[in-house]
Design a protein around this ligand. Structure first.
Ligand SMILES: Nc1ncnc2c1ncn2[C@@H]1O[C@H](COP(=O)(O)OP(=O)(O)OP(=O)(O)O)[C@@H](O)[C@H]1O
Ligand SMILES: CC(C)(CO)[C@@H](O)C(=O)[O-]
Ligand code: BAL
Length: 315
């Protein structure tokens, strides 16, 4: 019978730090996967990818953090009801058999002055990645990337990882973090894992737990819209209007269907976006060699589903 690797659980900064010091003394490199918990296969694939690809010689130690970060939630968002499933998360991580430590910091330790969601009332140090945080997701969630950049900076300083793993599902987040690593001179190598999807294409996400069975059936609408656009791009179309119209048409058709069926919820498209992967500027025409990030957000009832597809580019 194979014995499972024990996972160390650190619930405060000093204990994590003193363990990390031991790793440094032993010259052991650390891989780090920050999460907000409520883990699913999408998260786990990030861990497996590190394990398989990097191999135990590169980063033999894997640390996962679970922290629902209040600073990235707007006052009208779902901080209070965000799924928290710690014992299940720990069990899933144990089943991976490649995670060495889990970091579970408390809100009071990460934000010693408290963290009111009203930004005017916040105190202390915050981190902004300007010019990469106001487009796409940032347009709908204006302080989201300030919250993400701040907590990721704090976590990087505490964990001191050699390499970090983020998911393509949050494409703009990957670009913001890459810029943060470079501009703040963190000696960290960043890796992006491809989006883990359900059998029907829906991007795995902790928030999918909010969906009722009827809503779940229609939650693939965004992915279908994005895929219709990508299909057109793959056949040679490069013009924004023609491309995006393919997506709008499909999403509008399904939106009407949901309304007519009177299912007790609505589909509401928040945005579709087609941007330059470096500048995040909206594109009128895609240049073959530069490619584009195609992304969007769709409300399925009150649940906001996001997704993206890369058109001839990487993150
Ligand atoms: N389907 C997925 N495939 C690959 N990586 C993912 C997937 N979903 C999330 N991740 C990545 O896992 C990390 C932690 O994400 P997080 O804990 O916010 O989960 P989430 O499912 O994205 O939650 P939410 O529903 O709040 O968006 C991030 O780097 C995120 O991009
Ligand atoms: C990177 C992150 C853990 C910061 O809270 C979060 O935004 C996420 O899970 O994608
Ligand atoms: N994965 C993104 C976390 C959030 O939407 O808050």
């Amino acid at each position: 019978m194979s014995s499972r690797k024990e996972i160390l659980v650190f619930d405060n900064i000093p204990s994590l730090r003193s363990w990390r010091q031991q790793c440094i003394k032993q010259d052991k490199q650390v891989a780090f996967i920050p999460t907000m918990g409520s883990l699913h296969e999408g998260h786990l694939s990030l861990g497996k990818r590190r394990y398989v690809k990097q191999g135990s010689q590169h980063c033999p130690i894997v640390v996962v953090s679970i922290f629902v970060n209040p600073a990235q939630f707007a006052p009208n968002e779902d901080l209070d009801k965000y799924p928290r499933t710690l014992s299940n998360d720990l069990e899933l991580l144990r089943s991976l058999d490649c995670v060495d430590a889990v970091f579970l910091p408390k809100v009071e330790e990460i934000y010693p002055y408290g963290i009111p969601l009203d930004v005017e009332k916040q105190k202390g140090a915050f981190v902004e990645v300007r010019d990469k945080s106001h487009q796409m997701e940032g347009k709908s969630r204006p302080l989201f990337f300030r919250g993400v950049s701040t907590v990721v900076t704090k976590l990087f300083n505490i964990v001191q990882p050699n390499c970090v793993f983020f998911g393509q599902k949050d494409a703009q987040q990957c670009i913001v973090i890459r810029t943060l690593i470079s501009d703040l001179h963190f000696p960290i190598e960043m890796h992006v894992g491809t989006t883990g999807r359900e059998y029907d294409g829906l991007a795995m996400s902790s928030r999918n737990k909010y969906l009722t069975p009827d809503q779940r059936n229609y939650a693939t609408t965004l992915f279908k819209g994005l895929s219709a656009i990508k299909n057109e791009f793959d056949q040679g179309e490069k013009n924004r209007e023609i491309l995006l119209n393919k997506g709008y048409e499909l999403i509008e058709k399904v939106t009407k269907e949901v309304m007519e069926k009177n299912l007790g919820f609505e589909l509401k498209l928040d945005y579709l976006s087609l941007v330059d992967p470096r500048t995040l500027e909206e594109l009128q025409e895609i240049e073959e060699e530069k490619g584009a990030i195609l992304s969007g957000a769709l409300y399925v009832g009150k649940t906001r589903v996001i997704d993206n597809l890369l058109l001839n580019c990487t993150l």
